[in-house]
Design a protein around this ligand. Sequence first.
Ligand SMILES: [Zn+2]
Length: 374
Amino acid sequence: MARRQLLIRYCTVRTTPRVSILIQTMGAAVLVASALLPATAHARPRGIPRPEHPERAKAQPAAPNKAPPAKAPSAKVHSTTPTGPRVPNELGRIPIVEWHQVVAADGTYKVSRERFRAELRELHARGYVPVNLSELLDKTMDVPVGKTPVLFTFDDASPSQFRYLERNGTLVVDPTSAVGLLLDFIKGHPDWKAKGLFCLLPAAEAGHAFFGDKGIDGQKTEWRFKKVQFLAQQGFELCNHTLWHAKLNKYSGAVVQEQLARGAMAIDSAVPGYRVRGLALPYGLWPKNRALAFKGSWYDTKSKRSMHYHHEAVFQVSGGPARSPFDPEFNPKSLPRVPLQGGTKLSTTLDQMDKPGAWARYVSDGNRNTVAKP
Ligand SMILES: [Zn+2]
């Protein structure tokens, strides 16, 4: 197995320590790889729209007008929550939250386990319900009245997100890993389902290889595919984050396509036929030829096959809550996210979303066939 070493940083913050990433030229075997009240007639006074968040325009450029949503406008329905009445508004914003490592203490790209649990509790208490990327893209979210969708994203496939423990010869999900903590939370809150998006690295160093290899953090290399399969079986979705976290702006079109095709191939190897619909850009860096982030191909000399990829959604690393898929300016090709790590607070974004204005939250009318407008 040919290998060469590169130095890269994990995601975008300046203070991140450099870590080395191992390029593995992987073999074909690996790579072939809400509370309800009756409806009332009040309307919430409209607020004065706030100026757009400065990062929004950058993260989600104006898209050409798209076909109007299939859903028809709905009758107004009102609901209340512990924080007050919420008027349905299915053109409002949806947070796409982004976690990296879930470890002992907060830091750059790290949240503590206690904080991770607290963030889940806060999202639940404030009326958020997890949805999948495919439901956003297909406009098929089924969110109870008064509630707001949230898309969880987990980047970098570290063991901290998903560890196995061997107990009496059986593999069990480590209850202290992010997947263990999330599944435990869902068990206690049956109105939440196992939904969320894991943006995977199949072959990066330091165990960032489908959640751990080579004994790192006690994780065996042969457990990698089982983990990816387990996530898909639970109802989570899988997303590309390149082969080994390459800075896509630095490479030729050929290398960009190899990184993306092999990232998608590795997922296909674990879950045959899996349709990878999303790409999280490492560091939020676009390839010079942006079109290659969405579509491309790479010829695998081992299997003598051309491997194609098609990403309908591309994620940035920041930018605030995303537009609703029913908003004519929804642009899945550049989705902003809400990164959660040391120095950032979930409540800051959620507080803004509870105010009228550009970031006002999406609030479901509870009817999949209508689009509630404020
Ligand atoms: Zn990353």
